[in-house]
Design a protein around this ligand. Sequence first.
Ligand SMILES: O=C(O)C(=O)C[C@H](O)[C@H](O)COP(=O)(O)O
Length: 217
Amino acid sequence: MNQLSDFHRSRIQSLLSASPLLPVITINHPEDAVPLCRALVAGGIRVLEITLRTRHGLPAIHQVRKALPEAWVGAGTVTSIEQYRQAEGAGAHFVVSPGVTDTLLKFGVTAPIPLLPGVATASDIMGGYNQGYREFKFFPAEIAGGRAALQALSGPFPDIEFCPTGGITRQTAAAYLSLPNVRTVGGSWLTPEKLVATKDWAAIERLARDSLIDACK
Ligand SMILES: O=C(O)C(=O)C[C@H](O)[C@H](O)COP(=O)(O)O
């Protein structure tokens, strides 16, 4: 069986090291993509996950890659090989999936851009572990057991690192980041619907900066 390459693992590790916070971004209006991501980068967050939940996701990845070369841009909500290929085509640096299928894990092993697979259980982890994955998104983090689950999973999986996402807030991020198996946490709290709807990019920049300060306390 093919195994995940050191190159892919080191890319995923680099992006997890590049930011303690990973904003999960959903674009409802195409013109928001660049100013929204620029505000996050100006606030100090260089790693971004743009979901494919809307039809604007792929074009947004393309635009943001061009406009903000200093940012790492990932495609989120990738659940199929077709979407994985589309994300590559749009110029994504990496792909994030909410869960795992054997097909997606296998494709991620040989794909040009790396996959951060989503897991919620020990069985999910074992499926990825056997193919060489050691970094996972933990989703939906709060519902799947939160910090206690991550502490419990560190027993059988001491060499696994998680990016918990789902239900995490500015107030709870630091507690997750204090766990030895967590370097980055993800969430949509960094792009509140109200601030995006009013195009208050200055407030989003402030929120990014303040959330980073809180996360590193
Ligand atoms: O869309 C995806 O690909 C997902 O896997 C789910 C998102 O990462 C979470 O829904 C974000 O969770 P919240 O921060 O609670 O909004």
